[in-house]
Structures are given as C-alpha cells and as structure tokens.
Design a protein around this ligand. Structure first.
Ligand code: CP
Ligand code: NVA
Length: 307
C-alpha cells in the first residue's frame, strides 16, 4: 500500500486487514498501551475546506503514537494557485513523512500522489471520503460482528460519503441500497462500478427512489448533508428537493429492528436527520466520529510500514 486515495483502489483483503489493525490499535489505546509506532514521523495536513473530525483525528493519531502533524490552511498553501500541485507535492515530500489532503477536485489529491515520494491520504474530495468509510465499517463491525449479509441503505445525496460507503459495503459483503431524489444520485460511473462490484462479491446493489421502500430491508440507514462543501450556491434549491429523504423516526420505524443510524457529521439537525433520531437509541453517530481516530491510525501505520 503506497497511498490511500480511494477504497476501490484496494482489495477486500487489504481493507479487512486495515480494519483488523484498527481494532487492535483501538484495544491498545483503551488499555493505555499505545506503542510509539510513529516516533520520528510527521504528517503534513493540507486543507482546502473546513474540518473538525479529519483535522483533529489525524493530528491526535500522530501524537498518540509519538509522531507529529502539521496543519496547512488553504491560505498558506494555495493549492494550484500560488504554486503548482506537482511542485507542492515534491517540496513537501522532502519535509514530512506523509501527506493528508482535503481538496475540492479529486484530481488534485491524485496529482499530489503522482508527484509524491511519500504516502498520500485522501482526507475528502468531491469524489470520495475513504477515511470516513473505514471508520463507518469499523463501527458496523463493532456493533454487528461483520458486514457480511447486512443491508446498508444510504438515503439522501449521492455524494463523496455515499460513494465510499458503497465501495466498502459491497467489498465487505453487505448489500447496498441507494435512495435519492432524481438528479441527485451516485455518478453514472459509480452506478456501473457498484453493479460490477456487487456481482463480483455476490451481494446486491439497488437504487430505490422511495426512501420508505428503500429502508425496508436495511440493517443500517446512513445519511449526510444535502449540500456538501463547495455546493453552497445550491443550498436553497436542495432544501426544497430533499425533505422527503429526511431520516426521521417514521423512516427508522420502517427499517429492520435495531437498525443502526449513521451520519458522517457535521449534521444539519432537523434537515437531513432529526434530533430525535440523531440522539435516539439507534444512533451510532459519535462512535463513528470517534472511530476515525482508530481507522486512521491503522491507515498511517500501514503506509509507514510499521505494522
Ligand atoms: N466527517 C468529517 O469528515 O468531518 P469533518 O468535515 O469535520 O472533518
Ligand atoms: N458530503 C460532505 C461530507 C462532510 C464531511 C461534504 O463533502 O461536505
């Protein structure tokens, strides 16, 4: 493993191995036994967009294991504006041990990787959010033992989070159902890719427009913001289209018993998810957020080749 840009670039075995390393590192953390695995290592964190979870979890992942992290704000770096992405990547490759980047265009994180002589991690792009999906899979496995045979239903916008969740679900043996308003589905190439992946792994991949029909077989309901970072100009239009896709108690009641309710956060409460559901007994929102730390330790450890 040289970079971590997209779940789809890795085999199911690699993803499963990362998740098992994450479980081991989490157990060590809670028994007070962090190993200094990242001693002498540094992570450069390039952010073109805001963040709470990604910034703090990566920073703490490095510090817990005696490494260090450096935050580089949009103003400082000016990715592709002040300086070309290739030049930034080659310069940082001589200063830090790995880079994590949150970008607008997926091509930008790919370009960083192309020019880097150190590992590059995608901390969210317009296409995917693989670190989030790793924390999500870890959470589902902790709650249900495995993803095999479960049905994961994503309700809402076919965005970066939906793409990575689809990848990890189908890859680890779960069925995947997508439910979205017209014109807000997964990108065409991802619909085709999901179909291929589902056939390969003998699971199902369906698009069901009616959210109540979609969640009927769901063991997991997942949602995310209706307006992702960079789409702010469309907020008013989206707020009109998405309300039928709100994850509320009626929708939860239409799913399987003990359905897990998930959201990558930040949540827009009483828009895509109600307070009642976000704070209710089915919600695992904060476990997901906390699992970012452990999933990212595993990704870093594998890229640093220290496990
Ligand atoms: N879920 C997630 O990536 O959160 P942040 O935008 O706060 O990093
Ligand atoms: N889909 C959201 C995820 C935020 C973590 C966005 O891209 O803004």
């Amino acid at each position: 493993m040289n970079h971590f840009i997209d779940i789809a670039e890795h085999s199911a075995d690699e993803i499963a191995e990362l998740l098992s390393i994450a479980q081991e590192l989490k157990a060590e953390y809670f028994s007070g036994g962090n190993r200094p695995l990242f001693k002498g290592k540094t992570l450069g964190m390039i952010f073109q967009k805001p963040s709470l979870r990604t910034r703090v979890s990566f920073d703490m992942a490095m510090r817990h294991m005696e490494g260090d992290a450096l935050y580089l704000s949009p103003a400082e770096i000016g990715l592709g504006q002040r300086e070309s992405i290739g030049d930034i990547s080659r310069v940082l490759s001589g200063y830090v041990s790995a880079m994590m980047a949150r970008v607008f265009e997926h091509g930008h994180v790919q370009k960083l990787a192309e020019y880097a002589s150190i590992p590059v991690i995608n901390g969210l792009s317009d296409h995917s959010h693989p670190c989030q999906a790793m924390a999500d899979a870890l959470t589902i496995i902790e709650k249900r033992g495995s993803m095999k045979g479960l049905t994961v239903c994503y309700v809402g916008d076919g965005n970066n989070v939906a793409v990575s969740l689809m990848h990890v679900s189908l890859m680890l043996g779960a069925n995947f159902v997508m439910s979205n308003p017209d014109d807000y589905g997964l990108p065409e190439d991802q619909l085709a890719y999901g179909k291929k992946l589902s056939e390969k792994n003998s699971v199902t991949f369906d698009v069901i427009t009616d959210p109540f029909a979609a969640v009927k077989s769901a063991n997991v309901i997942y949602t995310d913001t209706w307006t992702s970072m960079g789409q702010e100009a469309e907020t008013a239009k989206r707020e009109k289209v998405f309300p039928p896709y709100q994850v509320n108690q009626d929708l939860v009641n239409a799913a399987q018993k003990d359905v897990l309710v998930m959201h990558c956060l930040p949540a827009h409460r009483n828009h895509e998810i109600t307070d009642e559901v976000a704070d209710g007994p089915n919600s695992v929102l904060f476990q997901q957020a906390h699992n970012r730390l452990h999933a990212e330790k595993a990704i870093l450890a594998k890229l640093f080749k220290v496990v």
